[in-house]
Design a protein around this ligand. Structure first.
Ligand code: GDP
Ligand code: K
Ligand code: MG
Length: 271
């Protein structure tokens, strides 16, 4: 069976370094269809049935840049067998913004905490077990530059791919938003793949126009959904997209507080 692993992460998280480490010289380089965004893929070193698909570096799965649109179209339409999410260990909080979105896609995810050599040199502490527990997916330390932990992390990605080991959808949103999402979810149910329902419902809640188009939402359906969104905006006194962003950051803040300790900071890892 052919296995496809997508490498996703923020710009400068070490994606290219990891990709080169995993694929060596057997790379195919081109462009994504219709756009001048570089596309790179290649077989995992020493294998013929595992393909590593490099995705453009992105901070979010929103529709605001070509890179974001390319990455999310690939993830949603091609559905790789697993996502290897590389994050910069010296900048975990910002990087987890994308991670939480990837976890909503219903695709198996493994997180590679990169630059671990720098983290150690700085004297920061990352509780990987705790981070894994909080995110609900495997989390492993790597140094793409030094080739440390890279074999292990890709082996884990292959394992979750083979087992279809999808992490539970993270519990990010408060009751008001959740209640709206579940109403949207039931309105959408008939049209989409079950495992991706959460991701789509969040995007519809955010009024992501490309998603409306993609789902070919009828005017009737849109008219049913709009008041659900409006009501939440009234209650929480903010626009839908900002509501999602700020609840996502709150959720990440708690995770980071539990699992990351910067050297010299007074706070102890809280339980
Ligand atoms: P990309 O933008 O995600 O493709 O990131 P790159 O692979 O280009 O890496 C960005 C920078 O971080 C480069 O200067 C890399 O040499 C460096 N880098 C990548 N991985 C590591 C690592 O594990 N440790 C250290 N110290 N530097 C790294
Ligand atoms: K770069
Ligand atoms: Mg790169």
């Amino acid at each position: 069976m052919e296995i496809k692993i997508a490498l996703a992460g923020n710009p400068n998280s070490g994606k290219t370094t990891l990709f080169n480490n995993l694929t060596g010289s057997r790379q195919r380089v081109g462009n994504w269809p219709g756009v001048t965004v570089e596309k790179k893929e290649g077989p995992l070193k020493g294998t013929n049935d595992v393909t590593i698909q490099d995705l453009p570096g992105i901070y979010s799965l929103s529709p605001y840049s070509l890179e974001e649109v390319v990455s999310r179209n690939y993830l949603v339409n091609e559905k790789p067998d697993a996502i290897l999410n590389i994050i910069d260990g010296t900048n975990i909080e910002r990087n987890l913004y994308l991670t939480t979105q990837l976890l909503e896609l219903g695709i198996p995810v493994v997180v590679a905490v990169n630059m671990i050599d720098l983290v150690e040199r700085n004297g920061d502490k990352i509780d990987l077990n705790r981070l894994s527990q909080e995110l609900g997916c495997p989390v492993m330390a790597v140094s793409a530059l030094k080739g440390k932990g890279t074999k292990e992390v890709v082996a884990k990605a292959i394992e979750v791919a083979k087992k279809h080991q999808v992490a539970p959808i993270p519990e990010i949103y408060d009751k008001t938003v959740m209640s709206a999402l579940s109403k949207i979810e039931s309105a959408l149910q008939m049209q989409i793949d079950d495992s991706m329902v959460r991701w789509y419902s969040v995007k519809v809640f955010e009024r992501d126009e490309r998603i409306d188009e993609f789902l070919k939402l009828t005017d009737e359906k849109k008219a049913k959904i709009e008041p659900i969104i409006k009501k939440v905006e009234e209650i929480l006194d903010d626009d839908a997209e900002s509501i999602i962003t700020s609840q996502r950051y709150d959720y990440i803040g708690t995770i980071v507080q539990h699992s990351v300790k910067k050297k010299g900071s007074k706070h102890e890892l809280s339980v």
